[in-house]
Structures are given as C-alpha cells and as structure tokens.
Design a binder for this molecule. Structure first.
Ligand SMILES: *[C@@H]1O[C@H](CO)[C@@H](O)[C@H](O)[C@H]1NC(C)=O
Ligand SMILES: *[C@@H]1O[C@H](CO)[C@@H](O)[C@H](O)[C@H]1NC(C)=O
Ligand SMILES: *[C@@H]1O[C@H](CO)[C@@H](O)[C@H](O)[C@H]1NC(C)=O
Ligand SMILES: *[C@@H]1O[C@H](CO)[C@@H](O)[C@H](O)[C@H]1NC(C)=O
Ligand SMILES: *[C@@H]1O[C@H](CO)[C@@H](O)[C@H](O)[C@H]1NC(C)=O
Ligand SMILES: *[C@@H]1O[C@H](CO)[C@@H](O)[C@H](O)[C@H]1NC(C)=O
Ligand SMILES: *[C@@H]1O[C@H](CO)[C@@H](O)[C@H](O)[C@H]1NC(C)=O
Ligand SMILES: *[C@@H]1O[C@H](CO)[C@@H](O)[C@H](O)[C@H]1NC(C)=O
Length: 790
C-alpha cells in the first residue's frame, strides 16, 4: 500500500517537472523586445530578465558593456545592426550562455577583442570599418557557426586559415572601399563554406584579382561589378569568371548590381555557359552601348536555369532582334527575363528545350512567339504584366505548344472579340491565369477544353453564360472581383471543387448551388452585396448544411448590404422566420390554426356540453340581478315557504331522493301539496293554498307531468293571472326532454314557456349536478338575501 502511494507521488512530481519545463520553454521562445529605431544612445536598462530576443537596431548606440546585457541570461537573439559601435570586446557576452544569433552589421567597428561564444550560430560583422578580417583564433571553437558575416579592406590568408576547420554554411564578405591596393589573390583559398557572397566596393571599376573559386563552395554570389571603362572586355572580371571552371562543385552563381556594356554582358553569359554552373541568376543590371557580338556558343553547358531580372539599358536604339535571337535559342530548361524593357521575343530557330519561361513584367505585345512551332516542350509560360491585347492572338500563339500546361497572362489588357477569329487553344493547357484583364463574359466561349484551374478574377464579366462548352475537368474557378450577379450553375463544370467568387454583385445567391455543384470543397463568396430578404434565407440555410471549412471567410466577410436596417449584419446573424417568408405556408398555417380552434370548440361543446353550462351561468346571473330588486320585507310577512314543488307521480322518486334533500339541507322550506295537505279542501284548492304561501313555484317538467298534471294549473293560471309580471316566481325544471308534439295543442302557456327556454335542464352527467343545484338555489334566493341583510 505504502509502495503504491509513494510511486504515485513520484510520478506526480516527475509530471510536474515536465510540465514546468514545457511552460518555461514556451515562455522563452516568446519573449521579444523590439526597440528598433527608437533613438537609443545606450542599451536600455529596463529590459526584462526573461528577454530572449532583443532588437536594438537602427539607433545611435556606440558602446556595448558587460553590464548592459549581463542579466539577460536567457538572451538567444541580439540584433544591434545599424548603430555606431566602434569597438567591441566579445567577452561582454560571456554571461549570455544561450546567445545564438548576434548581428553587429552596419556599425563602425574597426577592432574587436576575442572570446569564444560556444553556442553562436549566426555572427554578422559585415559592413563595418575593419581593415583586416575580424577573425580570431577563438572562433575555431564556435563549432555551431552556420553564418559568418565579415568585412575588411585587406584580406589575409592567415586569418582565413583560422576558421578553415569550421564547416560554415554561408560566409558574407564585404570588401571596404579601399580594398584592392595590396591584394593577395589566393587569400580565400582555405575558406571552408558551402555558400559565399562577396560584396565588392561600390562605384569602383572592377580591377580585382581575388580568386573567388573557393573549392568548397557550391553557391557563389558576387555583388557590385562595375566594368564600363575597360575596352578589353573587363579582363579582370573575365579572369575571375574563367577561374570558376576550376571548381566543379560550383552549381549556383548569382551576380548582383552589374554596370557594364551589352557586349560584356553577353560575354559573361558565354563564359558561364562553359562552367559547371547549373543555376545562374543576374539581377539589377545597367547596360550601355550596343551589342555587336554576333555569335553565341551554346555547346557543352551544364546550365539548367538562367534568370535575368531588372535590366535597364541606356541605349535608345538597339539591334534588338539579334539579342532576342541569342536569348530565344538558349539550350536550357528554365529561363526568366523579368522586369526588363523587352518588347519582343522571337521563336527559337529549332526545337527548344525550354520547359519553363518567365517573361513577366516586360513590354511584350501580341506578336510574341507568333506562329512558333519550336516550343513543343514548353510546359509553363508566364507573360504576366506585359502589353498583350487580343486574346485571339494568344490563343493562336499556344496552338502549336503541344506540351503547354500552364499559362499566365494576367495583368495585361486582354479582351476577346468573338468575331475576330477561331478560338482553339492548345489542348494540353490545364492551368490558365487570365486575371486582371478587361475580359467580358464572351471569354467563356474561348476556353481550353481540358482546363483544370482557371483564374479570371478582376475582369469585366457580368454573367457566366449557360450554353458554353462543357469544361468537365475544371476544378478551380476564380471569378472574384467581376460584376457577376449570380452563382454559377455547375451543369457545365461537373468537377468544380473550388470556387472563388467574392467581391462581385451577387445579392440573391441561389440556394440550389450546393445541389448543382456537388463536388465543391471550398467556396469563397464573401464581400458581395447580399440582400437580406426572404430569398436569401434559403441560401443561408443551404450554407448551414455544408461544413464551415468549405465556406472560406465565413462568417466575417459575409454581410448584408440591403435592406438599410440590416446593412453590415453578418449573414450568420440574419434570421427571418420561415413563416413570414412563405405565403402559402402562412395561409396554410392560418387555416390550420382556425381548423384546430373550431375542432377544439366543437369537441368542448360535445364533450362538456358547453352550451348547457353557458345557459346555466346566464340564468344564474339573471336571477342574481332580479333578486336585488325584490321588495323583501313584504314578501317575508306573507310567505311560509320558500318554494312549492309540483311534479308528476312518475317523477316522485327523483323529487324525493334528489330534489328535496338537496334543497332542504340548505334550510329551504318546501311546500309539497300532499305533505301540507289541508283536509276538507280539493286537491286544486290545496295546491293553490301551497302556491300562495310560497315564494317560488317549482315545476318538475317531464312528458308524464305534461300528460297528467299540467291541467290542474291551467285553470288556476287563467284565474289568477299569476304570470302577469313575467315569470319571476316560476321555476321550471326540465327533468326529461319534452318533444314539442307531445304537448297538447291548447297548452299555449306551456308551449310559450318551453319556447323561451327559461327552464333549468336536469343534466344526466353527474359532474354537472353541482352547478345545477347552485343555480336552483340561487333562483330561490330569499334566504340568501335574509342572511345578507343580517
Ligand atoms: C523590430 O521592428 C522592426 C520594425 O520597426 C522590424 O523591421 C524588425 O524586424 C523587428 N525585429 C524583430 C526581431 O522582430
Ligand atoms: C577550444 O576549446 C578547447 C577545449 O574546450 C580548448 O582546449 C582550446 O584552448 C580552445 N581553443 C581556443 C583557441 O580557445
Ligand atoms: C541553387 O539554386 C537553386 C535554384 O534557385 C536552389 O533551389 C538551390 O537551393 C541553390 N543551391 C544552393 C546551394 O544555394
Ligand atoms: C565540348 O565537349 C566536347 C567533348 O566533351 C569537346 O570535344 C568540345 O571541344 C567541347 N566544346 C567546347 C566549346 O568546350
Ligand atoms: C524550373 O522552374 C520550375 C518552376 O519554378 C521548377 O519547378 C523547376 O524545378 C525548375 N527546373 C530547374 C531545372 O530549375
Ligand atoms: C493563327 O495562326 C495561324 C498559323 O498557326 C495563322 O495562319 C493565322 O493567321 C493566325 N491567326 C491569327 C488571328 O493570328
Ligand atoms: C494568377 O496571377 C495572379 C497575379 O497576377 C496571382 O495573384 C494568382 O494567384 C494567380 N492565380 C493562380 C491560380 O495561380
Ligand atoms: C476554326 O478552326 C477549326 C480547326 O482548327 C477549323 O476547322 C475551322 O474551319 C475554323 N473556323 C474558322 C471560322 O476559322
């Protein structure tokens, strides 16, 4: 027992420890203090001890002291670039054991004193004022170092040798403005890095002899090559390039910021053509003069991809066709010429190996690759941001590109005129980007038959016409930012799975959409002017039936635009009841409600005999009202009984067992003619005697009574005209229904009374007896009145 307990206890502690470590770790990775560009002259003193990332770049800090950062024991990343530090003792970081990333670039450092920082992975000392390479012998112990940024005006082999045991990923070497006076061309020979980037002094004619063909480098980048004066075709730089052949490992070459002549530019291409380089990139080129080299040797190249970006030329008229010929016949797979002012590109003179061409952001016209049958291997062509105008020309251009799968002609001025000509795209096209043009709905009559991904956003499409060719392979359609009023019907696009149709003019999207487009996996339809009325309700409901992951941007970009009082309301929060929307439903509902009500009332009548109750209650209230006007004292003086009861002998059982007990238990005195019989008088006389001494006369009516007894009273009634003031003193109890025909035709009075229905009906149901008795007692209300008086 004890053992189990203690092991649970241990387990708990271990668990807590793990948990604690986790939370600390996540805290650590999050604590960033960014005081970049805040005008600091010193390292701030108010830093949290938890700081792991500190950015104090772009300030005026001129000194770093141990005390500044001593307490930041968790510091991992420190960025102090773009400040004014002139001297650094690396030992100031000796207490920052976690420090991995230290950026001291763009300062004024001329000198450092050394101290190994074991964990450092990234050390940037580039763009400083060092004369000699800031490499100390302690660096050799920074075995984790991945990036090393250096700057110097003088390179020494011995310094480089110090770090040659390290396997650095990338070295950035910035040569100061005065570099080049006493060069040792071999100074970099022992550099051990996979990737080397050398920044030559700016605005200085290239006259360096530095051998940059570092044997370990796979990738080389050279920046700031200015070579405009040398009529020998920039012999210094040529020498450097030709030495690259020595390093067969080198596969990537990037040249940045080149200022030279057209001739030398082509020569650079030619030189690189015969090296081991596979990926060649040239950017930010400024060219002058006119090209007059007429021959390019394409043989024996390793080159796979060439990228030329951002070229400006100061020559106004160039023999351009010659340049286009050189470029178009390059025997490489990937070719990019972007952001130049190129206006044309000719067809390669023979079957070209081009697979990927990116000619974006130029000035190409509809004439590009016109009638070109030699680009049969081309898979991807990017003509984004050019001067293309007529879609028909572009369609015609693709016609013979049998392998073309992907075409980007976005950001042009393309329109399609159906009358202009035949629209037959190359059948291989799968991905077509025609966004940001001026196309209208007619474009739907000019689409590649096997297209899978079609981007038509930001055009002038007002509708997706119904009778278009079937695009059964179409999976993704982007028609955002057009003027569409409806969601498309997927009849023609049976495979559509992604639809982007936001920012159109859709006010009442059809609820049938998801029915029609069964394969939809994603729809983005936000930012449309939704009309939040009844019609929209069904659409919102149909949205509810699909998973919310399918509806991109839900709920935030789906808002009502109309009516005014709903404007800005999220569709998610727009509720209108089904009833107020559906007229038929409304009518049916009202009808059904009425029916139910009628049925209920009928059932109540039949089951509870509602009319009987109503009559009873009505009579009760009438009696109570009449009772108030009685001349009470006078009555009390002359009367001995509350009521006289007359009945047929056949009904005497009910009278004796029901009526009498129920009245007499309330102290109602009853006169029965046989009970209060005065001897020597006739029955009629006795009855009359009884009537005269009673306040009320109760007649228990039944067919028997009518047959046998009524005649006794007819005479009396006729003589005494008892009813001349209405029938106030008469109470009729209908014990059993009396059919009209059974009343003898000369009994006018009885017929009259029956017709007026001023009788109390004896209910057969026991549950109604209570009310019957109450009503009867209320009719004989003299006693109640007496009590009320007391
Ligand atoms: C600090 O903020 C600046 C912008 O003020 C930003 O450029 C920089 O990347 C931020 N630093 C870090 C480490 O996030
Ligand atoms: C490098 O570290 C080792 C062992 O940690 C030490 O013996 C050696 O002196 C260090 N080298 C330098 C140059 O600091
Ligand atoms: C060389 O360039 C290619 C294409 O740009 C790139 O994928 C590759 O990573 C680069 N290799 C090196 C070592 O930089
Ligand atoms: C190309 O290589 C072939 C054999 O590999 C060689 O004979 C020819 O001289 C080379 N051409 C050039 C221009 O280097
Ligand atoms: C050519 O470019 C395409 C698209 O960027 C890329 O997928 C492919 O790997 C590139 N091929 C080579 C040989 O660089
Ligand atoms: C389309 O190309 C064919 C040749 O492929 C050419 O004869 C025709 O004139 C071109 N049509 C248009 C409109 O450019
Ligand atoms: C089409 O090109 C535009 C830029 O012009 C880009 O933003 C968009 O992502 C491209 N569409 C596709 C489907 O690649
Ligand atoms: C359209 O092209 C097809 C096949 O290329 C051809 O059969 C048809 O005659 C052409 N029609 C017009 C009007 O040019």
């Amino acid at each position: 027992m004890m053992r189990t307990n203690s092991s649970i206890f241990h387990f708990a502690i271990i668990f807590m420890l793990i948990f604690e470590t986790r939370t600390q770790l996540s805290d650590e990775s999050e604590f960033l203090v960014n005081r970049s560009k805040t005008g600091l002259f010193h390292v701030p003193k108010d830093l949290s001890l938890k700081t792991t990332i500190l950015d104090i770049s772009q300030n005026y800090i001129s000194e770093l002291h141990t005390s500044d950062i001593l307490s930041l024991s968790k510091l991992r990343i420190l960025v102090v670039s773009h400040n004014r530090i002139q001297y650094l003792d690396i030992s100031v970081f000796k207490f920052n054991q976690e420090l991995e990333y230290l950026d001291l670039s763009h300062n004024a450092l001329g000198k450092i004193s050394c101290h190994p920082i074991m964990n450092l992975k990234h050390l940037d000392l580039s763009f400083n004022a060092f004369d000699h390479l800031p490499i100390c012998k302690e660096f050799v112990n920074m075995s984790q170092l991945e990036f090393l940024g250096l700057s110097a005006t003088c390179l020494q082999k011995s310094s480089v040798l110090l770090i040659s045991p390290l396997h650095i990923n990338k070295v950035l070497l910035v040569l100061g403005d005065t570099y080049g006076e006493e060069e040792d061309p071999e100074s970099l020979h022992n550099l051990n890095t996979e990737s080397l980037h050398i920044v030559f002094p700016r605005r200085k004619e290239f006259s360096f002899t530095l051998d940059v063909s570092v044997s370990t480098a796979v990738s080389l980048e050279l920046s700031n090559i200015k070579c405009v004066l040398d009529d020998n075709g920039c012999s210094y730089f040529q020498d450097i390039l030709s030495k690259l052949q020595k390093n067969s490992r080198l596969s990537n070459l990037t040249l940045n910021n080149i200022e030279t002549t057209w001739n030398f530019f082509i020569m650079i291409l030619q030189l690189v053509w015969h090296t081991s380089i596979e990926y060649f990139s040239i950017s930010n080129v400024k060219l002058q003069g006119r090209p007059d080299l007429r021959y390019f040797d394409y043989s024996n190249t390793s080159l796979k991809a060439l990228s030329i970006q951002h070229v400006v030329s100061d020559a106004f008229s160039l023999p351009q066709s010659y340049i286009y010929e050189i470029l178009s016949n390059m025997n490489i797979q990937n070719f990019t010429v972007s952001d130049t002012h190129m206006v044309h590109m000719v067809c390669p003179s023979q079957i070209s190996p081009f697979l990927y061409l990116d000619f974006s952001n130029n000035l190409l016209t509809d004439m590009v690759f016109k009638n070109c049958g030699n680009l049969v291997k081309l898979k991807t062509l990017n003509l984004q941001m050019n001067q293309l105008k007529e879609l028909v020309s572009i369609v015609n251009m693709t016609k013979r590109m049998k392998s073309l799968q992907q075409l980007d002609i976005s950001h042009n001025s393309l329109s399609y005129d159906e009358n202009e000509g035949n629209c037959t795209w190359t059948g291989s096209l799968l991905n077509l980007n025609m966004s940001s043009n001026i196309l209208t709905e007619s474009v739907f009559r000019c689409l590649p038959p096997k297209i899978k991904i079609l981007d038509l956003h930001n055009n002038r499409i007002r509708s997706i016409p119904k009778p278009i060719m079937k695009l059964e392979a179409l999976q993704e359609l982007n028609v955002a930012s057009n003027s569409l009023a409806h969601l498309p019907d997927c009849g023609a696009f049976s495979s559509l799975s992604v639809l982007i149709i936001d920012s159109n003019s859709i006010s009442n999207p059809s609820a049938d959409f998801f029915q029609s487009c069964q394969k939809i996996r994603s729809i983005r339809a936000g930012n449309n002017p939704f009309q939040c009325t009844c019609e929209l309700r069904e659409f919102v409901q149909s949205l509810g039936r699909v998973s919310h992951e399918v509806i991109e941007g839900w709920p935030d970009s789906y808002k009502c635009d109309y009516p005014e009082n709903y404007k800005g309301t999220l569709l998610k929060d727009f509720h209108v009841s089904q009833l107020s929307c559906n007229t038929t439903l409304l009518l049916v509902t009202i009808g059904v409600t009425m029916l139910v009500l009628t049925a209920t009332v009928t059932a109540l009548c039949i089951y509870f005999d509602l009319p009987w109750y109503l009559r009873m209650v009505c009579q009760w209230t009438q009696t109570r009202r009449r009772a108030r006007n009685l001349p009470l004292e006078e009555l009390q003086r002359t009367l001995q009984f509350h009521a006289f009861i007359s009945y047929s002998g056949h009904d005497s059982a009910w009278v004796k067992s029901e009526l009498l007990p129920n009245l007499e238990k309330e102290d109602i005195r009853i006169c029965l003619h046989e009970r209060s019989f005065v001897p020597g008088k006739s029955i009629v006389e006795n009855i009359i005697n009884c009537i005269e001494k009673s306040y009320k006369s109760i007649f228990v009516l039944s067919p028997n009574f009518v047959q046998s007894e009524w005649c006794h009273y007819e005479l009396y009634f006729a003589h005494h005209n008892l009813f001349h003031e209405g029938f106030d003193n008469l109470i009729l109890i209908l014990l059993e229904p009396i059919p009209q025909y059974s009343i003898p035709s000369n009994y006018h009075k009885l017929k009259n009374l029956m017709a007026q229905r001023t009788y109390l009906e004896w209910p057969k149901e026991k549950s109604k007896h209570g009310l019957f008795w109450a009503n009867l007692r209320a009719s004989i209300n003299i006693k109640l009145m007496e009590q009320a008086k007391k």
